[in-house]
Design a protein around this ligand. Structure first.
Ligand code: 9D3
Length: 246
């Protein structure tokens, strides 16, 4: 899968793209990321990429010319290519959107800066607008990293030896159970007995109950969409009957 990122701050991406799961996927050629510096497509002696808003008001707007030239410079795959604009006004991003995007061959991610982008760019070039959440970023770059990270790990082969997506938190819509590693006693706190029992059926059951408990307590909104089996529903009914208070 290929990502093309259009940005005024390409340097923000370098360590991100070299690190961890994604860095390895790029090294293996499973994921390709190309950066386009929008300023390289700016004209005039000052290479301006922003200008004042028609109608007046505070803040600056990204000029359409440099952005459209940057977009036209990107080599496009014949099929399975979408232009995504990162904006606070976009569709709220979640794991199901990540799965949909992972079916594409190429994503062109447009990062805005300043107060916004000339509306005609959205009308003429943008297929999809995405927001990563209800908080204010300084620009689209962090959102683009979120998209590349989340979609990149869904590309077949990227999560080779690591945890598979099936077992990943959120793939069944629940929060994860608690995790423990050595030592068995840390600052006076013991690892739960059941995890040392060697009884894998009991461990599986305990972990599932912890997952349901945590989701019930912290993110009850997730339970509506979660993929629950009959055993889960029974455990959940028990939790609702006797709410946990530890
Ligand atoms: C002053 C009015 N602001 C609207 C809340 C304007 C504005 C704020 C922040 C315009 C652009 C931005 C920069 N944000 C993004 O480019 C962005 C973003 C975000 O701020 N939150 C969540 N998702 C995203 S995706 C891109």
């Amino acid at each position: 899968m290929r990502f093309d990122i259009l940005t005024l701050f390409p340097d923000l991406f370098s360590s991100f793209l070299r690190s961890g799961v994604l860095g390895r996927a790029i090294g293996k050629g499973l994921v390709e990321v190309r950066l386009t510096d929008i300023r390289d497509h700016a004209g005039g002696p000052h290479r301006a990429t922003d200008d004042r808003p028609y109608g007046g008001g505070d803040g600056m707007i990204m000029k359409p010319g440099p952005l459209s030239r940057a977009l036209k410079s990107v080599e496009r795959s014949e099929e399975g290519c979408k232009v995504v604009f990162l904006t606070p006004q976009g569709e709220l991003y979640d794991q199901s959107v990540a799965w949909e995007l992972s079916r594409l061959k190429q994503l062109i991610l447009v990062c805005g800066r300043y107060e916004g982008v000339d509306e005609r760019i959205r009308e003429s070039y943008v297929d999809l607008e995405i927001s990563i959440g209800d908080y204010v970023l300084s620009g689209g770059e962090l959102a683009a990293m979120v998209i590349v990270d989340t979609v990149g790990r869904l590309v077949p082969g990227v999560l080779g030896g690591e945890l598979s997506n099936r077992n990943d938190s959120f793939e069944d819509g629940l929060l994860e159970h608690p995790h423990y590693t050595r030592p068995r006693v840390f600052e006076g706190k013991e690892v739960p007995e059941v995890l040392l029992s060697g009884n894998h059926e009991k461990i599986r059951h305990w972990r599932r109950l912890q997952s349901l408990k945590r989701t019930f307590e912290r993110r009850p909104d997730l339970l509506k969409k979660a993929r629950l089996g009959e055993e889960d529903k029974a455990l959940l009914a028990g939790l609702k009957e006797h709410p946990p208070h530890d």
